[in-house]
Design a protein around this ligand. Structure first.
Ligand SMILES: Nc1ncnc2c1ncn2[C@@H]1O[C@H](COP(=O)(O)OP(=O)(O)OP(=O)(O)O)[C@@H](O)[C@H]1O
Length: 402
């Protein structure tokens, strides 16, 4: 065998700064494209924090990959810096509620991330009660900060509203003396707010902003602002426009666009190509599509999955029929859904809730809904259709059973 010199490639031939394309990467302000208005609205809502006063609580809505988390983190980070110039001690904590879905986990994450380590307050991973975590959190906040912003991403994944109640009432209830708390909730569930307790709603939803999807042009700019992830001359000029066009086709999801670009580079790497060319983009898109879909499905509630499974069963049966039906009516999906619930030993939700769950799937571009006016005899009705290949959906549903 030849010496170790030949065994490894010492320089990555494609990427020079790949972390720019990692989803966890928080880009600098100049790389955030097309969100000036959302950023300034959000900054305006939390502005009082700069003077150590209570910021407004905000709820951000929008489809996946529309920059909600990015803008929330960016504005919070800027706020901490600007407040420091005004001699105000500010901090922000970020909680991914899909991971920290219980009250204990989320309060632990908040306390841990604002803990300065300066005094002897210890935030263990586990082993103390929820009430003790709160007590330590309030002590840290009062000892070190004038104001803190708490970002609750995927807020709809919280198991209950207890932490929201605690955070929104901490001041009034006398739990904290001086530190002000602002909450930025983020969700891609259009119906989330309706489920909230009225008292929490009125306190947490002082301001609401909807993030619209990006168009192909904006996606193009978002990717171009990160093209220095690649070595000079490696990225062929048609790659970004093609990736932008593909990602914009369903809805403008920046995460998917960036994933496509990264995967296209990885495909170039593994196939030994010196350049990233357009053909790789199509393969990369398939991978990004399945990834996104898997992520969306794995995070959804059991009944949301049963509803999708019902539509998938109908769609698979349909493929074997001579004349294929284009879509399925809500009542038909509901019948299959009830059967699935029976098999799972679970009580079915009402038809109205199932209709809402179908709407959520449509909002996330998993299914498509078409409204028909059935004429005077029938009245109007909605048909639902899967946007993914039903076999792929079936596979993902099986793979992601928790
Ligand atoms: N305007 C933008 N400019 C640059 N990069 C962006 C922009 N919007 C989103 N991105 C990038 O796209 C990815 C997804 O964005 P982000 O996580 O903020 O979306 P989101 O709306 O919070 O989606 P989800 O609901 O799925 O969490 C991130 O890597 C982010 O850096």
């Amino acid at each position: 065998m030849s010496g170790s010199d030949d065994l490894f490639i010492r320089e990555d031939p494609i990427f020079v700064n790949k972390e720019l394309l990692e989803i966890s990467h928080l880009p600098e302000g100049e790389r955030i494209v097309g969100r000036d208005e959302e950023i300034s609205q959000l900054a305006n809502a939390v502005n009082p924090a700069i003077f150590g006063q209570s910021p407004s609580n905000v709820l951000l809505y929008g489809k996946t990959g529309t920059g909600k988390s990015l803008c929330a983190k960016y504005v919070s980070r800027q706020l901490v810096d600007t407040a420091a110039e005004e001699d105000v001690d500010a901090a922000y904590a970020y909680v991914d509620c899909a991971q920290d879905s219980t009250e204990t986990q989320s309060v632990q994450t908040i306390a841990d991330s604002v803990n300065t380590g300066k005094d002897d307050i210890y935030i263990p991973d586990k082993g103390i009660s929820t009430a003790t975590y709160y007590k330590r959190l309030w002590r840290i906040l009062d000892a070190h900060y004038d104001v803190v912003i708490i970002i609750l991403d995927e807020i709809d994944k919280l198991e209950d509203d207890d932490i929201l109640m605690q955070l929104s009432r901490a001041g009034e209830a006398g739990k904290i003396a001086s530190c002000k708390i602002g909450v930025i909730g983020i969700s891609n569930k259009i119906k989330y707010k309706e489920r909230m307790d009225e008292r929490i709603k009125s306190s947490l939803c002082e301001r609401e902003f909807v993030f619209p999807p990006y168009d192909a042009n904006q996606l193009n700019n978002i990717m171009s602002a990160r093209s220095d992830a690649f070595r000079d001359g490696v990225l062929e000029s048609s790659v970004i426009p093609r990736a932008a066009a593909l990602a914009a086709r369903e809805h403008g999801d920046a995460r998917k666009a960036i994933d496509i670009l990264r995967y296209a580079g990885e495909i170039a790497q593994s196939s030994g190509s010196d350049t990233v060319h357009e053909d790789f983009v199509v393969q990369a898109r398939e991978r990004a599509e399945t990834d996104r879909f898997r992520e969306l499905i794995s995070g959804s509630t059991p009944h949301s999955r049963y509803v999708l499974q019902a539509l998938t069963v109908l769609s698979i049966d349909n493929k074997n029929k001579l004349t294929e039906e284009v879509g399925f009516r809500t009542t038909r999906i509901y019948e299959v859904y009830e059967e699935i619930c029976r098999q799972q030993g679970s009580d079915p939700l009402s038809l109205r809730r199932v209709r809402d769950l179908l709407k959520e799937h449509a909002f996330l571009d998993i299914i498509e809904q078409t409204r028909h006016s059935g004429g005077s005899a029938e009245g109007s009705y909605t048909e639902h259709q899967l946007l993914e290949n039903p076999d792929v959906v079936q596979q993902v549903l099986e793979d992601t059973i928790s």
